[in-house]
Design a protein around this ligand. Structure first.
Ligand SMILES: Cc1cc2nc3c(=O)[nH]c(=O)nc-3n(C[C@H](O)[C@H](O)[C@H](O)COP(=O)(O)OP(=O)(O)OC[C@H]3O[C@@H](n4cnc5c(N)ncnc54)[C@H](O)[C@@H]3O)c2cc1C
Length: 384
C-alpha cells in the first residue's frame, strides 16, 4: 500500500497549524490530525493575547528567528486577511541587573536592535499607569507588542486548507510507529501512513513523545483580566505598551493594554510560578487567593489596574529544564519524524518561523535557521 500522504502533522494548535500551512504551501500532501476542534482553549494557544518582542532576554540566539517571525506574521496577516499583530511598543522593566533588563539589553546590543533605556522618572512620564521604584529602569522597544493567538491559529488553518491540506478535527492520535520508510499513525477512526511525521503535541508531549527522554514539566498558568480603576482609557493600545516587570525578588509579571475596548479590561499574569499539572488533571477553577495575589503584585507597578476583577482563565506551559525549546529531527527516527515541543511559556511569538523550520526539516532534512539551541540531546539522561 502506498502512503496516503507525504506528511502527517499531529496537533493543530499554534505550531502544528503553522507547520500544516508551510508544508501545504510547498506542495506536500498534508494530513493534520487534531484531538479537539479548530482553535480550542484546552491547550496553550488561547486567551486573546501573547507578547512579542525582539530584544530577547532569554538568549540572543533567538533574535534571528524573531526577525524572521516578524516577517512571517506580516505575510500571514496579508495572506489570510486577518488582524493578528498590534505593535503597541513594550517595556522590559526592573533593576538594571535583573535578567529582564540586562538580558534584553544584551540582545538589543548584540543584534543592533532599536531600543531606548528609560529611567524611573521617564517611565512614569511616558506611561502614567506605571509607577516603578526609583532604582528601576526599562528597556523600551517600539517594535514589541501583542499577537492574537486564536486569530493566528485560525489564519494558519485557513491557509493550510486553501493550500490543499486535509485537516481532521476531533480525531486524536492514539499511537504512531515507524513503518517501512516512513510512519504509521493510528486514530480511533483509521490508520494512516506517510513518509514524514511532524509532532506538535504541546502539553501532551510527555505522552506522545515519551521516547524522546526529555523531562518536560507541564504547568498550570493563569491569565487574569481586570477593569482598571478610573476606566480603561489610559490602558488603550494607542497609549499603553505591553510590559514585563521583574521585581527585586525575581518575580516576573507581564501584561497587555486593554485590547477589547471598554468591556474587556486589561490582561495581566505571572510569568512562570505555575503549579505542576497534566492536561487530564489540570484544575480549571481559579481561586480567590490567586486573584488576590495577582492583584497585589500587579498593583505594585500599576496601582489602578486591579480595580475590578473581571475573569480568569487557565492555560498550560510545557517547560524544559533550561526553558529552551525542542525543535529537531527525532533522534530515534531521524529520517522520518520531526518534533516541536517544550516551548516553555514563550513560544507563541515564534509560531510562523517554527512552521517554516518544521517544513524544512520534514521536506529537506535540514534548515538554514539556527536551531542548535533546541537540540533535545542537551536534555536527555545521558547529557544531564
Ligand atoms: C498563559 C500563557 C501565556 C503565554 N504567553 C506567551 C507570550 O506572551 N508570548 C509567547 O511568545 N508565548 C507565550 N505563551 C506560550 C505559547 O502560547 C506556547 O508556547 C504555544 O502556544 C505552544 O504551541 P503548541 O503548538 O506547542 O501547543 P498547542 O497550541 O497547545 O497545540 C498542541 C496541540 O496538540 C493537540 N494534541 C495533543 N495530543 C494530541 C493527539 N494525541 N492527537 C491529536 N492532537 C493532539 C492538542 O489538542 C493541541 O491542539 C504563553 C502560554 C500560556 C499558556
Amino acid at each position: 500500500m502506498s502512503p496516503t500522504h507525504d506528511v502527517i502533522v499531529i496537533g493543530l494548535g499554534g505550531m502544528g497549524s503553522a507547520a500544516a500551512h508551510h508544508l501545504a504551501a510547498r506542495g506536500a500532501r498534508v494530513l493534520g490530525l487534531e484531538k479537539f476542534g479548530p482553535v480550542h482553549n484546552r491547550g496553550s494557544s488561547h486567551g486573546g493575547s501573547r507578547i512579542t518582542r525582539q530584544s530577547y532576554f532569554e538568549d540572543p540566539a533567538y533574535v534571528p528567528l524573531l526577525l524572521r517571525s516578524y516577517e512571517l506574521y506580516a505575510s500571514l496577516e496579508r495572506d489570510s486577511g486577518r488582524r493578528v499583530a498590534t505593535l503597541c511598543g513594550g517595556v522590559m522593566l526592573g533593576r538594571p541587573d535583573s535578567r529582564t533588563v540586562s538580558g534584553s539589553l544584551r540582545s538589543a546590543e548584540k543584534w543592533n536592535l532599536p531600543h531606548e533605556m528609560l529611567d524611573a522618572r521617564e517611565i512614569r512620564r511616558r506611561f502614567p499607569t506605571l509607577t516603578p521604584d526609583d532604582d528601576e529602569v526599562a528597556l523600551y522597544e517600539e517594535r514589541a507588542g501583542l499577537l492574537r493567538p486564536e486569530s493566528t491559529v485560525a489564519a494558519h488553518l485557513q491557509l493550510a486548507t486553501q493550500g490543499g491540506a486535509d485537516l481532521h478535527f476531533e480525531e486524536p492520535v492514539t499511537r504512531w510507529e515507524p513503518y517501512r520508510d516512513g510512519v504509521r499513525v493510528h486514530t480511533p477512526e483509521d490508520t494512516y501512513t506517510a513518509g514524514q511525521l511532524v509532532i506538535c503535541p504541546g502539553a501532551w508531549a510527555p505522552r506522545l513523545l515519551a521516547d524522546l527522554g526529555v523531562p518536560f514539566t507541564i504547568e498550570r498558568q493563569i491569565m487574569y483580566w481586570f477593569q482598571p480603576e478610573g476606566g480603561v482609557r489610559p490602558y488603550l493600545p494607542e497609549r499603553h505598551p505591553i510590559y514585563i516587570w521583574e521585581d527585586a525578588a525575581g518575580v516576573q509579571v507581564y501584561g497587555f493594554p486593554a485590547i477589547d475596548g471598554t468591556e474587556g479590561g486589561a490582561k495581566v499574569a505571572f510569568f512562570r510560578k505555575g503549579n505542576v499539572c497534566t492536561p487530564e488533571t489540570i484544575d480549571r477553577t481559579v481561586y480567590e487567593h490567586e486573584v488576590k495575589a495577582m492583584a497585589e503584585q500587579a498593583g505594585r507597578l500599576l496601582p489602578t489596574l486591579p480595580g475590578t476583577f473581571l475573569t480568569a482563565s487557565t492555560c498550560m506551559y510545557s517547560t524544559t529544564p533550561d526553558e529552551h525549546f525542542v525543535v529537531a529531527r527525532h533522534p530515534a527516527h531521524p529520517g522520518s519524524v520531526t518534533v516541536a515541543c517544550g516551548f516553555s511559556g514563550h513560544g507563541f511569538k515564534f509560531v510562523p518561523v517554527v512552521g517554516e523550520i518544521l517544513a524544512d526539516l520534514a521536506l529537506k532534512g535540514g534548515t538554514a535557521h539556527p536551531i542548535e539551541l533546541f537540540d533535545p540531546s542537551r536534555l536527555t539522561a545521558a547529557h544531564v
